[in-house]
Design a protein. Structure first.
Length: 327
DNA sequence: TCCGTGACGCGAT
DNA sequence: GATCGCGCCACGG
């Protein structure tokens, strides 16, 4: 059995279950998570459950999850999941709750291991549609394109299926591909993987990817379970990138940068990294938590003054000049 | 692989 | 306030 679940913030949850022959055996609309839970209890322990929503918050505090960056590098405008649950939209929070409920029901989140039965996987429908069909929607409505992709691949879908139903079926089909071993995964296993059917063609559009930043090519030849180590940007890379963005007239603390780079406790490491990069970065705009600039007394103070940073003696006034962080 | 070092942060004194 | 101790993390020998 292969289940797919789509979450809509306005229309509730859609669930589609298909069998080994990709025939629809169950279609359910649930108003909320509690209404769906009884359905989860009816699934066999070996079922694969695909959910079209993020499985958890981002681990790093600035820029969504690595899975989403990888999918974006393929040209999809996937939403970035925040690091804080409080910042997540309602639909995303429902998704977190759903994955928790699935784990309770015996379908733990797939994290790239060998256990590929009785598992929950995260999917992204637009990616799945493209991977399955080998094409991207160019003209025409999204709805018509989705339906045409599914028409010959999922049997027994009602003619009047709504978008939510289609996406649930697409998720279920992705679960089916997963069950066949015909899948690839994007992202960081410890943070959350997005699973998709193995693409029929190379998904990356020429020019659509910032290959320098995210050279994350997933291995598309056998064995299918191979997951390319996802963390293409190291902590040091992110520290450098963030420091470069600090505007003149503002400063950031080592701790700020460590948090934005994803390691709140890595302030000390930020100092190590910045020291190694010397003059290529505006290191004078990075101060410690007291506002003391790094040890280049005269030069640093002069540069900060010329940029309009408020100084109390040789100490930066953090209350007025602290950068609010990368956008 | 292990271990010492350091442009850090924070709480305690 | 200053200073200390401890934890933290990347890096290099």
């Amino acid at each position: 059995m292969f289940a797919g679940i789509e979450i809509s913030s306005t229309r509730g949850l859609d669930c589609c279950v298909i069998d080994e022959d990709r025939k629809v055996s169950l279609l359910v609309k649930a108003r909320d998570l509690d209404a769906l839970k009884p359905v989860l209890g009816t699934l066999p322990p070996t079922a694969i459950v695909a959910v079209a929503a993020p499985s958890g918050p981002a681990r790093d505090s600035i820029e969504g999850r690595f899975a989403e960056h990888h999918v974006r590098s393929l040209g999809f405008r996937i939403h970035l999941t925040p690091a804080s649950v409080d910042d997540a939209p309602a639909r995303t929070r429902v998704g977190f709750g759903l994955f928790a409920a699935l784990a309770d029901s015996g379908f733990p989140l797939f994290r790239g291991d060998d256990a590929t039965q009785g598992a929950a996987i995260e999917v992204y429908c637009l990616l799945s549609y493209a991977s399955i069909s080998g094409t991207r929607r160019s003209t025409g409505s999204k709805f018509d394109w989705n339906r045409s992709v599914l028409r010959s691949r999922v049997h027994g879908l009602p003619k009047d299926a709504e978008q939510g139903t289609l996406d649930a079926a697409c998720a279920a089909l992705t679960a089916w591909h997963f069950g066949q071993g015909n899948w690839v995964a994007y992202g960081d296993p410890s943070e959350g993987l997005i699973v998709a059917p193995r693409p029929a063609t190379d998904l990356a559009r020429p020019g659509a990817t910032s290959a320098g930043q995210l050279s994350l090519a997933i291995e598309t030849s056998a064995p299918p379970r191979a997951i390319t180590p996802p963390r293409a940007t190291t902590f040091a890379d992110r520290v450098v990138a963030i420091t470069r963005q600090i505007p003149a007239g503002s400063v950031a603390t080592f701790g700020d940068i460590a948090r934005w780079a994803g390691k709140p406790a890595g302030a000390r490491a930020v100092g190590t990294i910045l020291k190694a990069h010397g003059y290529e970065l505006p290191c004078h705009r990075v101060v410690n938590a007291n506002g003391d600039p790094p040890p280049f007394p005269v030069e640093t103070i002069k540069r900060l003054q010329s940029e309009g940073v408020a100084l109390d003696g040789r100490r930066v006034d953090l209350t007025t000049c602290r950068w609010r962080g990368p956008s």
